[in-house]
Design a protein around this ligand. Structure first.
Ligand code: URA
Length: 220
């Protein structure tokens, strides 16, 4: 598994404003959007392209365009949805699938409650969007889901990760697939409630506000 931490002063600046507890929801959403576009630039370095003949106003030439099958972008609901526009801006021709995951409060395992994805993902480059790689449970389950459908090339774009979350994903994936995690920063670790420290709080709540009885489940 490869981990790429974006090293750019603009990423650091936007992330700092994002972390600030006084940053209001509209600003938070806008910053997530901008950060994802910057991370997507890193995450798509290995995107498959093919030679394409075109004619410029001056002469014929051969350029590169995104190859088929089209890449698949998969936001993990709920918070991953806040990352979709930023990703789609850079990859407007990508197909979009959806995965809804929540934590079972008894087993603490991530369970899939919604999915809308092509059945066969073999040969597809898949981009998972999940802002907080905390314990790794959700991302492990999301990657497993894609691998079970035949994907072998998966890039996860996260805003923040923890060392233990990254290790959990690495242990789970092993040699089964080519997995890359692109992240704006790797934080210190987790607190006793499995929040990332220093983190930015509950990403879903900060994007969309607290939603009744879904609020305690931070994996949404
Ligand atoms: N999910 C979040 O939204 N925040 C955390 O700190 C951990 C998981």
């Amino acid at each position: 598994m490869r981990v790429h931490v974006a090293q750019h002063p603009l990423v650091a600046h936007k992330l700092t404003v994002l972390r600030d507890r006084t940053t209001p929801s509209p600003t938070f959403r806008a910053l997530v959007d901008e950060l994802v576009t910057l991370l997507a630039y890193e995450a798509t370095r290995q995107i498959a392209v093919r030679e394409t003949a075109i004619v410029t106003p001056v002469c014929p030439t051969v350029g590169m365009t995104i190859a088929s099958p089209r890449p698949l972008v998969v936001p993990v609901l709920r918070a991953g949805l806040g990352m979709l526009d930023g990703m789609a801006r850079l990859l407007p021709t990508a197909e979009v699938g959806f995965l809804g995951m929540r934590r079972d409060e008894e087993t603490l395992e991530a369970v899939t409650y919604a999915h809308r994805l092509p059945d066969d993902l073999s040969g597809r480059q898949c981009f998972l969007l999940d802002p907080m790689l905390a314990t790794g449970g959700t991302l492990v389950a999301a990657v497993d889901y894609l691998l079970a459908r035949g994907a072998r090339d998966v890039t996860a774009i996260c805003l923040l990760a923890t060392p233990e979350g990254l290790s959990a994903v690495e242990r789970s994936v092993g040699a089964r697939a080519d997995v890359t995690v692109v992240v704006a920063a790797v934080d210190e670790g987790l607190d006793e409630n499995a929040y990332i420290v220093p983190g930015l709080g509950d990403a879903g709540d900060r994007l969309y506000g607290v939603v009744g009885d879904l609020a305690p489940d931070r994996s949404l």
